[in-house]
Design a binder for this molecule. Structure first.
Ligand code: FE2
Ligand code: FE2
Length: 223
């Protein structure tokens, strides 16, 4: 069990965290949250494919959500460069591989069964929308009931409003450094903040690009 108390904040700076082998050669994992250590875990993981590594064919029970961070991720359906956001709903299957290697953020078994929408978004090609404050830009990726997923781009020295997370908030820092009154979160930090937690985030000289999910922790909280 790792980071399974959803009423507590979880922070992992992945460059300091240990990576472990997966069942497939050339594929390693940095665990962020996991409800058991089997291959059937509800999990959030940073996954690294070495060049020419492949992963066994598998079916996505309760879905697979994936963000390509580096390199090119592939399966029998296509090639997905860094910046691609993918949702493989419940019941889909594939045999992934990477010719030149890649790094991915992967969330497994966390779809609502009614959320059957398959998505492949190349975020390099999508438009940014203005955010709630100057210097903030938003790219919505997906929403289902209370769950919202987006990329948020922060110009240097941008300050957001003090706010509360109904249903919690999960952030992965893709680039730059993200800050709030509790700490600083450099590139490739994972942050999960509980239902009804509050903060006032900001950036300094380097700005930030973050992957954000909100509203999705309410269910875990009530169970
Ligand atoms: Fe998969
Ligand atoms: Fe927040």
């Amino acid at each position: 069990m790792l980071n399974q108390n959803f009423s507590q904040k979880g922070v992992i700076q992945t460059s300091d965290a240990e990576s472990i082998k997966s069942p497939c050669d050339g594929v390693t994992r940095t665990l962020l949250e996991r409800d058991d250590y089997s291959e059937y875990a509800v999990s959030t993981t940073l996954v690294q494919f070495e060049p020419n590594a492949s992963f066994d064919e598998h079916t996505h029970d309760y879905g697979e959500e994936l963000l390509v961070l580096e390199g090119i991720f592939s399966d029998e359906h296509g090639n997905y460069p860094a910046g691609t956001y993918i949702r493989n709903p419940h019941g889909t299957s594939h045999s992934p591989f990477s010719k030149d290697g890649c790094k991915l953020l992967v969330k497994l078994r966390q779809f609502d069964k009614m959320d059957t929408r398959k998505l492949i978004i190349d975020t390099n090609k999508e438009k940014w929308l203005p955010g709630l404050v100057d210097g903030l830009f938003v790219m919505p990726l997906h929403n289902f009931e209370y769950e919202n997923t987006a990329l948020v781009k922060w110009d240097p020295c941008t300050k957001f409003n003090f706010h509360q997370h109904y249903g919690g908030e999960e952030i992965f820092v893709i680039d730059g450094t993200f800050y709030d009154e509790f700490g600083n979160y450099p590139k490739y930090t994972w942050i999960r903040s509980p239902h009804m937690s509050k903060h006032q985030p900001f950036t300094k000289d380097d700005g930030a690009l973050i992957f954000v999910k909100t509203g999705h922790l309410l269910k875990s909280n009530n169970e």
